[in-house]
Structures are given as C-alpha cells and as structure tokens.
Design a protein around this ligand. Sequence first.
Ligand SMILES: *Cc1c(COP(=O)(O)O)cnc(C)c1O
Length: 431
Amino acid sequence: MLHTNLSVNSENHLTIAGQDTVTLAKTYGTPLMVMDEDRVRQNFRVYRDAMNQYFGGASRPLFASKALSCKYIYRLAGEESVGIDLVSSGELYTAVAAGFDVREAFFHGNNKTDGDIAYAMDCGVGHFVVDNLTELDRIDEEAGRRGVTQAVLLRLSPGIDPHTHAAITTGQVDSKFGIAIETGQADEAVAYTLNKKHIRLDGFHCHIGSQIFDITPFCDAAKLMIAYVAGVKNKFGYDTEILNLGGGFGVRYIKSQPILDYADFIRRIAAFIDEEVARSGIKKPTILMEPGRSIVADSCLTLYTVGGTKEIPGFKNYVSVDGGMPDNPRYALYQADYTVCLASRAKATPDFLCTVAGRCCESGDILQENVPLPKPERGDILAVLVTGAYNYSMASNYNRIPRPAVVAVKDGTVTPVIRRESFEDLIRNDL
Ligand SMILES: *Cc1c(COP(=O)(O)O)cnc(C)c1O
C-alpha cells in the first residue's frame, strides 16, 4: 500500500488505521474524509523532535495551517507543542476558537488588510511575517496606537527555483511573495524596519515552494539566507534571531514518488546550516521551518460513492462519484497526482482504465485520469488517497454542494471532527 496506515481487510475492504472504510462510508455518508489521528500526531512529533535535536535551541516546526485549517487540527498542534503559521484572520479566528496559544503563531500573507493587522494584534499573535513595506507601516502605526512593540520577520524572496509545479513555486524574484534580495530591496527594507519605532525585527523568512523531494533547494535557500544574515550583520550590525526557512517537503501521492524520511532531511539540512553558519561567522539564529502538506496529507483519505459509469468506445471510460472539485479542486487547478482505488473491492483486478469525474457542471471537474480500477458499479465506495492537505481547506460550495464531513479515527474509535454541511448551512448567508 501507498502508506503504512492503509491496508485491506478480510472482507476485501480498504482500511485506514485499521478502520473499515466501507463501514465508515455507510455510517457517516459520502463524500467523507477520514483522518488517522495517530498519523498526524506522529508527523508533528517527527518534525518537533528532529528540529529540536538537529537545529537545537528553540527551534520548532510551525504547522502551515492553510494545508488544513479547522479546530481539530489546531487542538492537535497545541497538544503536540508545535507552532503554527496563518494566512488570514479566518484561520486565526479558528485557531483562537480551538484554544491555540497564538503567541506561537506567525501571520503570513502578501496582503494583510488593516482589519487583519488589528485583529491579529487583538489576539496577541506572536509574529507578523511582513511581505512589503506598506504593510510594515500599518503594523507600526497600529502597534504605536496600542503602545506596544510588535515582533516581525521580513519575508524575502531568495531567487531559488525548487523544480516543482509553477503554481506552487514561490521563492523566485518574480513572485507576488516577499522582498527580493537580488534587487537590493531587501537591504532597503531592513534599514527601514530597523528605524521603525514600534517594530522589533526578529529575523527573516523565505519559502521556496511545495512538494519538493530533494534537500538541495532547501540547502540553496539556507546558504543564500545565511549569507544574507551575514551581510546584514556587516552593514547594519544587526544580529538575526530567527531564520525561518518555510515549508515544502514532498509527500508520496503515487507509487513512483518516494516516502521521505523527514527527520533525516532535517538532520542533513541542519548539518549544512551548521557549516554555513561556521563559515560565515554569524551567531546561529533559531531555525524554524513550516511544514504543512507533509503533516496532514498522508493521514487522510476521501471516500465517495460511485454513481454512473460511462464507456465511450474508442475514447475512454468515465466513472462519476458524489463529490469532486468542490471537495478536491487540486486536479482541476494543477493536475495534481492522486492514487485512486475501489475501497469496496480493494483487491479485485484493476482491469478498467477510467477517468474519475466529479458531479459538477464543469468538464474540468475531474479527480484523476488514467486510473486502473476493477470496473466500478453504482454503489461501490471509491477512495482517493492522501487527501489531508489542501483538500478540505480548498473546498467550495460550487453547484451548492455541501462540504463533506470529516471524521478522525484513533485506537478503533471514530470521532466526527467537522460536520457535513447541511442545505441550511448553504443558505445561511442568503438574504
Ligand atoms: C504554503 C506554505 C507553507 C507550507 O508548504 P507545504 O508545502 O505545505 O509544506 C509554509 N510556509 C509558507 C509561507 C507557505 O505559504
């Protein structure tokens, strides 16, 4: 199986964390997202322990909560003593509602509104990661008005190409994110920030992209950022306290991709950082990283009920399910890879090649193409694997389709963590 939490039981049903997915689908309805809580906790711990051991000091992971934002996940993050990063007031509101200590939160985004800035300060968010100087002015003003000093990092774009999909690349100079080092704008921003009365500059951030399977881009980014930190020390006499290298570790969605050993990744990146720090003679900053996808993706799968199957002789076969782009827009957005299997007959011969389509009025509403399945029949349960990241958090109500329910499984018990949206929910804001 693709991941160790997946298996097939004696009834020929797919299981996750030992739970029969067909039983779950019958009990809770479909589409249904099922999360393996132990897997999420284990992923948190792998990063937490490895970063503590290899980066040392106060180093810790910040869960990039845009990958999955709901009260349940912020509660787990709090219980596992990891920080979070946020991109919006809505994510912040959710974290606060979950009782998360948002002093451990970093507020990102390339366009924080005045409302975001004020609300984040109301909540006591620990750090803003500043994307541009107009935003910095607003944060300084707001902090001044409140008589407080706000800690910030500056987000820099280091000019790194991580060789991943263009839609999920973020660290090049031509990007909507961050302040470019190459153009000299980063230096100007540092000088500007150090002169702000109500701002404390704690350091720098970069994030190079997502779904990266190799440590080289991370080391390239670290090298550039450490050189930058050394340059800033020379030019401004400024010691960087925090160096946040972002997220982006790859996840196995399909068999041809590896399962990464994240602890070993951290160990190797840490060794590289130590060499660069020693070479440059700077005081070693606290190193932070922001895994999102690799915390939640492999803990989850999505279950659907098969509806019609359409065979077009000489062309292809379509299998339609009762969800699609409303709960998982990632294939429609950027042809994301997924493994699809027939959960209700998991070991039957996959001799029917098909396109798995959603139920929306949109030809692009596809979950995956060229999928070999046992020929599905109406009522079969179909599973899309590794859907924990950027699925529920990207979900919409297109065609007025309610968002799915999410349940967590742990030690043989099932706990609903997000209720299925009702039709009433759909019209709640309609006047
Ligand atoms: C999206 C994002 C992350 C997380 O990336 P993953 O690929 O999910 O690990 C981390 N930091 C920032 C700033 C991001 O935008």
